[in-house]
Design a protein around this ligand. Structure first.
Ligand code: FMN
Length: 340
């Protein structure tokens, strides 16, 4: 089907081509941690645990929503699920829209069997609430996945560059509010790499979303990916023009935290390593999410994905040790991050 081809294209392009923002960066490089030469801590005792939407995480990391629907997608989802289970990370799957079209593809998303304990997020484009999706379908994709929450992704730019894009976003906030009211699990509003502003975060929270993933600019550029996929030269041109569009990740975190001090907040978009993840946490995020780095590792092998998780954890722990932070609250509230 068209959706399957699209999903296969996304994986191939993300793995083989340059899909990063050209000039826009996450903004995290404008921050530096204050080094502490005498932490008075035992590094092995640093506490990276936290609770998010009522579930315990060993490390505040999320393998961001990516894939499903094809054979390669299944391999990647299963490998990532094993890693999430082993290290007790959170995980999201890619858009499950295809399952409603083709229920026989549900096994490509079946990560719960392999990861019985993790915080797991279902995923669908919010704009589908204006097309084929209602409460019933949303409930179904949550149930099939045995998910703890439903991510609604907001991707207006991606839909513009995509040849077959769904671009009627009218009245969506109201539909999101109705869904939040009826769905028994929390709804998480997420971008796909162009960022959620503080203002928008406020509106989404008023509509009833239970958490936000700001998914800011600086990492994977969906305008670029859809531009590369497009056959039509006008669509290709759109992808190039808007390759650098969006709000940098660091700005999204700061502006969302400013208006919503207590919202469960995920930061993603262009986090390259555990140092970036730690900066996102110190700016106020509760969880740091990475997509493409986990895709690359998982496409290589399950052990490469495991190694990536271990490295990220070691990097976050090293930041905490060398800033004298014994736990994540200290990292967040003790002012160890300086703006350059
Ligand atoms: N985000 C979604 O919410 N739903 C998706 O279906 C989805 N598919 C993706 C597929 C691939 C191959 C990649 C790389 C990303 C996808 N994303 C999707 C976006 C990521 O979740 C993330 O927000 C974005 O890539 C920025 O993170 P990064 O810079 O670490 O890649």
């Amino acid at each position: 089907s068209q959706t399957e081809t699209r999903k296969a294209d996304h994986l191939r392009i993300c793995l083989e081509e340059d899909v990063q923002f050209r000039e826009t960066t996450s903004g995290l490089e404008r921050y530096r941690f204050a080094h502490c030469c005498l932490p008075e801590l035992d590094r092995t005792e640093i506490d990276l645990t936290s609770t998010f939407l009522g579930k315990k995480l060993a490390v505040p990391l999320l393998i961001s929503s990516m894939t499903g629907g094809t054979e390669l997608a299944q391999t990647i989802n299963y490998r990532l699920a094993d890693v999430a289970q082993e290290y007790k990370l959170a995980m999201g799957v890619g858009s499950q829209r295809i399952i409603v079209e083709k229920p026989q593809l549900a096994p490509t998303f079946a990560v719960r069997r392999r990861a019985p304990d993790i915080l797991l997020f279902a995923n669908i484009g919010a704009v589908q609430l204006n097309y084929s999706y209602g409460l019933e379908e949303c409930q179904k994709i949550v149930d099939i996945l045995e998910a703890d929450a439903l991510i609604l992704h907001l991707n207006p730019l991606q839909e513009c560059v995509q040849t077959e894009g769904d671009t009627n976003f009218k009245g969506l906030l109201d539909k999101i509010a109705k869904l939040c009211d009826k769905l028994p699990v929390p709804v998480i509003a997420k971008e796909v790499g162009n960022g959620i502003s503080g203002n928008m975060a406020k509106k989404l929270l008023a509509a009833g979303v239970g958490a936000i993933d700001i998914a800011g600019a600086g990492g994977t550029s969906w305008a670029k990916i859809e531009g590369k996929r497009a056959k039509d030269s006008k669509q290709r041109r759109l992808g190039t023009t808007f390759a650098d569009w969006g709000i940098p990740t660091a700005e999204c975190i700061v502006s969302t935290r400013a208006v919503a001090p207590d919202v469960p907040l995920i930061a993603s978009g262009g986090l390259q390593n555990g140092l970036d993840a730690a900066k996102a946490l110190a700016l106020g995020a509760d969880i740091a999410g990475l997509a493409r780095p986990f895709l690359e590792a998982a496409a290589e092998s399950e052990s490469a994905a495991g190694v990536l998780a271990e490295v990220l954890i070691a990097e976050i722990a090293t930041v905490m040790f060398c800033t004298g932070c014994a736990n994540l609250d200290e990292l967040k509230y003790s002012g160890v991050l300086e703006r350059l």
